[in-house]
Design a binder for this molecule. Sequence first.
Ligand code: PPS
Length: 318
Amino acid sequence: MATTDGDISGLEFEPEVLTKDDLQSLNTYDGITFPPAVRVEALKEIRSFQIRQDDVFIVTYPKSGTHWMNEIVNFLLADGDAERVNRRSSIVHIEFALIHDVGKERSKYSYMYKLLKNIESRRIITSHLRYRFLPKQVDEKKTKIIYVARNPKDVFTSWFHFLKNDPRYGHLPWETYFNGALSGEYMFGSWFDHVLEFWKMREEENVLFLKYEDLKSNVRETVASIANHLNLTPTDDVIDRVVQSTSLDEMKKRYKRMETDSQDPVKIHYGKSYGINSYVRKGKIGDWKNLFTVAQTEEFDRVFQEKMKDSGLSFVFQ
Ligand code: PPS
């Protein structure tokens, strides 16, 4: 088995072995509801995950631009050169990395988790977890965190479209999803609690708090601020290449190619979830208008006002 930094030669891919019961049960742990594939054993294990000084964490509430940010950081680390992007430096969200082992005695860690432990630096580790669930060493070592927040109406909309065709979630009706998401009872807990937690940490040196809408409206400047946060000094030319290569259309094409051309589970992961390109869909601000009813908009706005009122944090919704 591989044990040293960067040595992954001994690892073999093991297919997912979640049972039907596993798949149908949402887990609740420490006050938060998690998707079936995020096991309580995994959440406990992650706390002692070993951090390296130069690791980069991308933390988000789901559907806030995780894959986009992942691609931006990947391209920045590769000086904008697609050939040099190391797909292994960023694997599945850490909380999903243990799914392959549920119900299985023979190995404690899944392929993805072992890979995450052993891949070469600089690792990009993505997560939807709240701060208290991240590895303890993130706090001890003040690991670089890039937090991306997106306006919650588009988050709910994006997530509903992602889940609606998935039989594991019983083809959830929009109404049911909306109520669960707004009350914070749905997967990964309340959007408000998640975003406000990291918003309060925004002045900490290791934390860069960004908004999806700023990436959309001012991508070049935002990419430069990400580079600066990671102590990188890209030329203007490199920044241009990063911006161009991480556009929605380029990502769609690349993910699709990776899914169809590759035998590599890491690459296939990027293209595939529950349907081709589901990680890259419309990428618009304001798509919620196609889904929210007038009554839902009113209810949402009331809750938003109440929860955000003293925070100083605002979002562009259209
Ligand atoms: S996940 O499954 O939680 O990790 O999803 P996540 O990657 O956080 O968010 C998916 C949404 O991000 C959009 N996206 C982009 N928008 C703009 N530009 C680029 N390059 C880009 N890449 C992904 C993606 O389309 C999802 O949003 P919606 O609104 O569904 O289109």
